[in-house]
Ligand binder design. Sequence first.
Ligand code: PA5
Length: 432
Amino acid sequence: MERVTLDLLQATPFVETSQWHRAIGRAEASFESLKQETGPGSEWLGWRRILKNPDRELLARLDTHARQIREDSDLFIVCGIGGSYLGSRAVVEALAGSFPGDGPTILFAGHHLSGRYLQQLIDFLDREVRERGSRVSMNVISKSGTTLETALAFRTLRNWFDRVYGSDAPSRIVATTAPEGGVLNRLASQFGYQRYVIPNDVGGRFSVLTPVGLLPSGVAGIDTEALFEGARAVFLRLEAVPKPVLEHAALRYCLHEQGRAIDLISSFEPNLSALSGWAQQLFGESEGKSGNGLFPASISYTTDLHSIGQMVQQGRRNLIETILEVEEPLSGLVPGDGVSGEDGLDYLADTPYHEINRQALEGTVEAHREGGVPVIRVRLNRLDEGALGELIYHFELITAVYVYMLGQNPFDQPGVEEYKKAMYRNLGKGDA
Ligand code: PA5
């Protein structure tokens, strides 16, 4: 059963048949070199290998551990940046909802350098412990172990754990990092943190289905086995019949070739904003090389129709849109009766919000397409673990295929080093 379908009908009319056929041929060749592991960066294909040969023991250990953390934590901090936190944030926000539920509340740190945020987090933790006896645990995630944002936040938060939990602090900390070497491995050995490994052949932004994404998701109460199996099911299906991914990649390639420069990745559900953010990184860090790539911008509708809707409708015609949709109604809530009907909304009193939102989506697609913006619609049949797992792998695969079509390595990010060099120089780091 397909849980994610692509609707390209509002985008393909922008592409000539001859261009389309050429691009499909190129996508087929790219997919083949991915399968044969002959393309650039083929030492980074672990995100496929983990689905081909799942490590069931690891998945079971993660599940048991996540349940145990759920039992003894009220707050759970995920300390990481980029690929080391965007995936878990996407899954948690999509499936666990916008507000604290009955399990631990997931908090994020280490994803920027703001002392104000970190101070506010520490003040919040202190208040929670003091006034409600909240129990706090943390998962620090960094493959390199050297990423400044994460390493600094971890240092500060470790001090907080030491202050509050004393000799028990290490038992409340889990480290997820590369198989060997690096600061986090050293600290884990020195203090006895529980440790998970990010396989050497899995890059950060492709790591959501490893302990990087699975432990925090499990702590949030998400069925990580179903998430993983959703991804594995579509992996197996697409190995045999890759058509949806080839068409998706070919379409982006044609539109890019025509001079389109920006891909607005949106949804009409606030719970999917972090998922757009994850896709933004996956696309952006993978394809933005050698002057190539569609600039991915994660936006949220209908909210942003009131901020950049004007630009999308009538600004420079260099955009495409990717809209993440959910078919099944997520709530039956209706607006309800007004007090005296004077707000003019009685005609919507019994119409579920889902239907109102759906009509907004259909209206937006129609208006934007009429305005000259090709729209790619990615539809989940429902918002659950299986469908999300499918979507995650679909996006990983389309990224790799599309970037191979551009003739580039999807799995490195050499440009990210530039700001680091300048920052370390400014900070006076010895070997910068
Ligand atoms: O996709 C990537 O490789 C990056 O976004 C990394 O995940 C990010 O830079 C964090 O790196 P690390 O996990 O080494 O701290």
